[in-house]
Design a protein around this ligand. Structure first.
Ligand SMILES: NC(=O)C1=CN([C@@H]2O[C@H](COP(=O)(O)OP(=O)(O)OC[C@H]3O[C@@H](n4cnc5c(N)ncnc54)[C@H](OP(=O)(O)O)[C@@H]3O)[C@@H](O)[C@H]2O)C=CC1
Ligand SMILES: O=C(O)[C@@H]1CCC=N1
Length: 270
């Protein structure tokens, strides 16, 4: 029997996942989407050939429900969904912070829930998706979640207690690299380069460095040492990074992201 998958609250992450599933071979006819605004639903139908439905219809029809609304909207969505979700549905949450017991307390007792933290490189099939089982999720449910999120990149199983830390590292991670590229491009402007050339130099350096990190098997320290010549240019730059506490700032930044993920769990919508 064909398995139907519904993405509920199809915004940036929901659409990235959906498009990746279609690229990986899922039939659009087996994919349902929900959106808050009718024009958004029509946009998704036109772009991907998927079927817009209501949240209640999705719950009744699809075998797997992937909830990709903002954490702050999850309670309202669950209030609407709960009466319509039979306990044999697999519910996958893509929201930051929200623990599986939040869903288990609101859904039919025994409903399997899987929590996933993916990231925006899903758009280019280079996502990092971190997957944890709730109380009633079996190995089969985890494998199904891996199959879905494997369509857009790598997957890793972790205990749910590590999800907030993973959210800080890989969920938010792409933003830190974009921020660095933005700052390094500004430095290029300061040094007199045109913005477009500075951008290209930094982006290609980032791609080269990322490829070496992934493929060389070398530790990042060794890769950096290979660039850092005695009395050369790189060590002059590294000294400034250390003087300005960039390493400490990164550690503090990721700790703050982890803490914010925990706060989202406790319903602090600040
Ligand atoms: N952005 C990122 O990098 C990452 C985000 N996440 C998580 O993914 C989730 C989605 O984030 P993102 O895609 O950025 O957010 P978006 O705001 O782009 O997507 C959420 C979508 O849900 C819709 N929505 C809200 N409530 C309902 C409802 N009751 N029924 C149907 N649709 C609804 C919103 O509609 P409307 O357009 O009208 O607001 C919006 O389109 C969040 O929980 C976030 O924590 C996880 C990893 C990375
Ligand atoms: O900033 C956020 O809350 C979301 C979750 C991870 C990335 N973006």
């Amino acid at each position: 029997m064909t398995q139907k998958v519904a993405v509920l609250g199809t915004g940036k992450i929901g659409e990235a996942l959906l498009s990746g599933m279609i690229r990986a071979g899922w039939a659009p006819a087996d994919l349902l989407v929900t959106a808050r605004r009718p024009e958004r639903a029509e946009e998704l139908r036109a772009r991907h050939g998927v079927t817009p439905v209501t949240n209640a219809e999705a719950a009744k029809t699809a075998d797997t429900l992937i909830l990709t609304v903002k954490p702050q909207d999850m309670g309202t969505l669950l209030d609407e969904l709960a009466p319509h979700v039979p306990a044999d549905r697999l519910v996958i949450s893509g929201a930051a912070g929200v623990p599986t017991d939040f869903f288990e307390e609101r859904l039919t007792p025994g409903t399997p829930v899987v929590r996933v933290m993916t990231n925006t490189p899903a758009l280019v099939d280079e996502a990092m998706s971190v997957i944890s089982a709730g109380t009633h999720a079996t190995a089969e449910h985890l494998a199904h979640a891996e199959e879905i999120f494997g369509a857009v990149g790598k997957t890793l199983r972790v205990p749910e207690s590590q999800q907030d830390a993973c959210t800080a590292l890989s969920g938010s991670g792409p933003a830190y690299f974009f921020y660095l590229v933005e700052a390094m491009t500004d430095a290029g402007i300061l040094l007199g380069l045109p913005r477009d050339k500075a951008h290209d130099l930094i982006v290609q350096s980032a791609i080269g460095a990322a490829t070496m990190l992934r493929d060389s098997g070398e530790h990042p320290v060794k890769l950096r040492e290979n660039v850092t010549s005695p009395a050369g240019t790189t060590i002059s730059a590294i000294r400034e990074l250390e003087n300005h506490g960039v390493r400490a700032a990164l550690i503090a930044a990721l700790e703050a992201a982890r803490d914010r993920s925990r706060e989202l769990a406790s319903g602090n919508n600040g």
